[in-house]
Design a protein around this ligand. Structure first.
Ligand code: GSH
Length: 227
């Protein structure tokens, strides 16, 4: 299998965690932001976001776009270990949380991360190239003071909901790792670079480390001092 990705994207991390958890062997191709759309459009019917998984297997689709669709594909292709609980109610909760993380917290974490990288966190990479990319991303997603403030509030509410679930049990739903834990671990990982989040939510980063270990995926930048 081939995973088309941006190496630093948290949505691509989400796909890698699932591949790692299933122990499916795959290779990655890192695409260049901007040029990526030229390669993706003919493969995906018009979608331009990464990750895209190319199974390269007879009888399987040529390309699967969107990290959630990659989860569904992997679950069908390699059911063991499962990515969703057996119980129907828990299974629907896991998919609901996964969708919420994708559409809400994953976007909010992108907003606060890029704002941080362009301000207090500039020194993480102050090179002209890096700061230009950050400005392009900020313009693309309309990341500004007002939208970042909303993202911070959304994260505060969302992280409290996750804390209440994770405080008594190691998994967000049911008694084993699911799409919900994997989505949370990937999509909240950019926060590890932001000292205020590291200080306020130590439990979160403990959980993220644990999920990465279960999925055999190297930890993202920002976790160096935690292990
Ligand atoms: N819902 C999508 C979101 C993926 C996404 O937003 N990917 C970003 C990188 S983090 C991307 O490819 N952006 C490039 C573009 O929009 O053209 C998924 O889960 O795969």
């Amino acid at each position: 299998m081939l995973l088309l990705q941006f190496s630093t994207s948290h949505y691509c991390r989400k796909a890698r965690l699932a591949l790692g958890y299933k122990q499916v062997s795959y290779q990655v191709e890192n695409l260049t932001p901007g040029l990526h759309a030229l390669k993706l459009k003919p493969l995906t019917g018009g979608l331009t976001t990464l990750p895209v998984l190319m199974p390269q297997l007879e009888g399987q689709p040529v390309a699967i776009a969107d990290s959630t669709q990659i989860f569904h594909f992997l679950e069908g292709y390699c059911p063991d270990p499962p990515l969703v609980p057996v119980d129907a109610c828990e299974r629907s909760q896991a998919w609901l949380l996964e969708d919420w993380l994708d559409e809400s917290l994953g976007i909010a974490s992108r907003f606060v991360y890029y704002q941080f990288r362009s301000r207090e966190g500039k020194s993480l990479d102050a090179s002209l190239m890096s700061q230009m990319v950050i400005q392009v991303v900020k313009r693309q997603y309309r990341i500004n003071s007002a939208s970042v403030e909303l993202a911070e509030k959304r994260l505060e509410t969302g992280l409290e909901a996750l804390r209440l679930r994770w405080q008594d049990q190691p998994f967000l739903v049911g008694d084993r790792l699911s799409v919900a834990d994997i989505a949370a671990a990937a999509l909240l990982s950019p926060l590890a670079r932001i000292p205020s989040y590291r200080d306020s939510y130590p439990w979160l980063f403990d959980r993220l480390i644990d999920v990465h270990q279960q999925c055999n995926e190297p930890l993202p930048p920002g976790f160096e001092s935690k292990i």
